[in-house]
Design a protein around this ligand. Structure first.
Ligand code: CDP
Length: 252
């Protein structure tokens, strides 16, 4: 244990190789996804991932607002990532700060690369991500939720996008950092994967890793994404199963 100023730095990894919440280095936090939770949106999803609680709502393809952003050859993808004022320990000032703008931009670009935007010229596909409770990895949780919401809206896409952050804590590469690990760890590497092609559509890094560590982190992140992908598909299957049991009653 060390200390930074007056603050005590937590021990991120114990002698048995366990993390502060008891996980091993390659374990994800518990992940629960529910599709189709909002009546007003075209598609929606709710994600609980560790202590993160994130909602995504999708509209479109629909008319572009503001109009001057309209493109003649393709749909535009407008994502708005927002952290609720009550989502973090110290009340966050409401509204779009620089961080939220950056996250909104990189998420919009990630989705633009998997949606068939050329099929819907002069329209907008709008993705709203609301972080209700934050505990690191919220941009990834937002992407996971928004993918399911886009599928729930029936918007054609190449694939769902699972996402996860890999980091370095106490000198070791670890999957899916929680808040203390993000704050006191050495590196944080959020990524989003298109499982069908193996392509990464989001990759950011804060902190330092050596090249072999980066390679290890990418491998671990891809493995994590593939597990998350299964939970995303299951959420959509569960949504569809409800509809199919309802269908005979409607027909009768
Ligand atoms: O959430 P994510 O890891 O994608 O982004 P980050 O910028 O690395 O933030 C890590 C975590 O710091 C967030 O998930 C929040 O728990 C916390 N945070 C905060 O408490 N107040 C903010 N204004 C921004 C982030």
């Amino acid at each position: 244990m060390g200390s930074v100023g007056a603050k005590e730095v937590p021990q991120l990894l114990n002698e048995a190789g366990r993390r502060i919440d008891g996980r091993g280095l390659e374990d994800l936090r518990a992940l629960k996804i529910e599709a189709g939770i909002l009546n007003r949106a075209d598609g929606s999803a709710y994600v609980e991932w560790g202590d993160n609680k994130v909602m995504a709502a999708v509209y479109g393809p629909r008319e572009v607002h503001p109009r001057h952003l309209q493109q003649n050859t393709k749909a535009i993808v407008q994502c708005r990532y927002n952290m609720a004022a009550f989502s973090v320990d110290e009340r966050k000032r409401p509204g779009l700060d620089r961080r939220s703008q950056e996250i909104s931009k990189v998420i919009s670009e990630a989705f633009e690369s998997v949606l068939f935007v050329e099929e819907y010229p002069r329209t907008s596909i709008d993705v709203y991500i609301e972080v209700l409770q934050a505990n690191a990895g919220t941009r990834c949780a937002g992407i996971v939720a928004a993918s399911v919401a886009l599928a729930d809206a029936g918007i054609p896409m190449v694939d769902l996008i699972p996402a996860v952050a890999v980091g370095k804590i106490a000198g070791k590469i670890a999957l899916d950092l929680k808040k203390e690990e993000d704050n006191y760890g050495e590196a944080d590497l959020p990524m989003a994967l298109v499982p069908r092609s193996g392509r990464l559509v989001l990759l950011q890094m804060e902190g330092h890793m050596s090249r072999p560590e980066l390679e290890q982190a990418l491998d671990l992140g891809v493995k994590g994404c593939l597990k998350i992908y299964e939970v995303q598909k299951e959420a959509l299957r569960a949504r569809y199963a409800v509809r199919s049991t309802e269908a005979p009653e409607v027909a009768a």
